[in-house]
Design a protein around this ligand. Structure first.
Ligand code: SAH
Length: 346
């Protein structure tokens, strides 16, 4: 009989599994604690369970894990983790230290179907959605590695490989596990999307209250159609309308990411158009100078152009930050993740 991975189960499923085995519900809580707080990778390590209970469980179940293939460190401290999944697919996560923060950038899919022009992950195409446990396990395995360094992850961003809102059900399941199993505050989780409108509408009613980031990247439909083909399905006007209706609590803002591409989306007119699009939306704008990759003809603008763009938006009253991407030397910066495809092509 094939053993089942206990990480595949959500809270309700674990509870019913234990009640089917005629075990008290506190046992289910203990299991969750050992997997999600103590990061054990085998049933045998759960010393709170009697030997017979461990044996009993081990006959039918195991605790799965994603397997670390490679850990690379950038000169700026950013680290990239390459993982192998049980079906031999591979994904990457990035760990970004910044002052008193330690942020993990998680992948939500193997590859990505969106084919944004500037993003390397899009180039490799889409393989499959990650299961909830594979999303959470990136956090668990990195946290386990960090234990020996006495470090803890403080923030989570869904800005790795994939479009999280095209993997809605598993994503929502993972977000609840972060909140309820790991006690990780949803306020320290940012979900970045290319703008999957129906999922943006559903999110506040289905998921814990995480922060929302939108990859804007253009100020008009034509340019956005070109850069992000998903714009043909979910156009900018509709996206902005949806965001104006998005339920935000007092003090909350939506983050807008804008990849700066030379001669494409960084003119003064673009800056003024961005200002008028976002008018009335509580927002924060992150400008990300394009991170180049081999085979992509797009270019990073000069800093003068970037500062001018930033200044126009500031003069219109927006909070605008220049995000200098970290980890470029190890291809860990925004848009540079492609996992094993890099190895295979060599
Ligand atoms: N699919 C999601 C999350 C992954 S991309 C989304 O679209 O939001 C995370 C961010 O990296 C996006 O804001 C994207 O615009 C940015 N990005 C992608 N490729 C980039 C590149 N080559 N240089 C700089 N930023 C890039």
């Amino acid at each position: 009989m094939q053993k089942e991975n206990l990480k595949k189960y959500n809270e309700k499923e674990i509870e019913s599994l234990f009640s089917n085995l005629s075990l008290p519900s506190y046992r289910a809580k203990q299991l969750i604690h050992w997997i999600y707080k103590k990061f054990v990778n085998s049933i045998d390590e759960i010393s709170e369970f009697s030997k017979s209970l461990r044996q009993n469980l081990s006959e039918r179940y195991y605790i799965g894990q994603i397997k670390l293939i490679k850990r690379t460190k950038s000169s700026d401290g950013t680290e990239k983790f390459l993982w192998e999944l049980e079906d031999n697919e591979q994904i990457e996560s990035v760990l970004i230290p910044d002052k008193n923060r330690l942020t993990i950038c998680l992948s939500s899919q193997v590859g990505c179907p969106l084919k944004c022009k500037f993003c390397l992950t899009g180039r490799i195409g889409f393989k499959r959605n990650l299961m909830a446990w594979e999303i959470v396990d990136q956090f668990i395995q990195v946290s386990k590695l960090l234990q020996s360094e006495d470090k803890k992850i403080t923030n989570i961003v869904f800005m790795g490989m994939g479009e999280p809102l095209l993997n809605f059900e598993n994503l929502v399941d993972a977000l609840w596990r972060f909140k309820n199993f790991i006690n990780f505050s949803p306020r320290r989780i940012t979900l970045s999307t290319a703008g999957i409108i129906p999922a943006i509408k559903e999110l506040p009613y289905k998921a814990p209250p995480v922060k929302l980031a939108i990859s804007l990247n253009a100020s008009d439909e034509k340019t956005r159609d070109y850069l992000m083909p998903i714009n043909k399905k979910y156009p900018l006007v509709e996206l902005i309308k949806t965001l104006k209706e998005y339920p935000l609590k007092a003090g909350q803002r939506i983050t807008f990411e804008y990849v700066m591409l030379k001669n494409i989306n960084t003119s003064e007119e673009d800056a003024y158009r961005v200002a008028s699009l976002l008018k009335g939306i509580p927002s924060k704008i992150n400008l990300i100078p394009f991170n180049p990759w081999e085979g992509c003809k797009l270019k990073t603008p000069d800093y003068d152009a970037i500062f001018e763009f930033q200044n126009i938006l500031i003069s219109k009253g927006f909070s605008v930050f220049l995000r200098r991407s970290k980890g470029k030397d190890i291809l860990a910066a925004c848009g540079q993740l492609k996992a094993y495809y890099s190895e295979k092509e060599k």
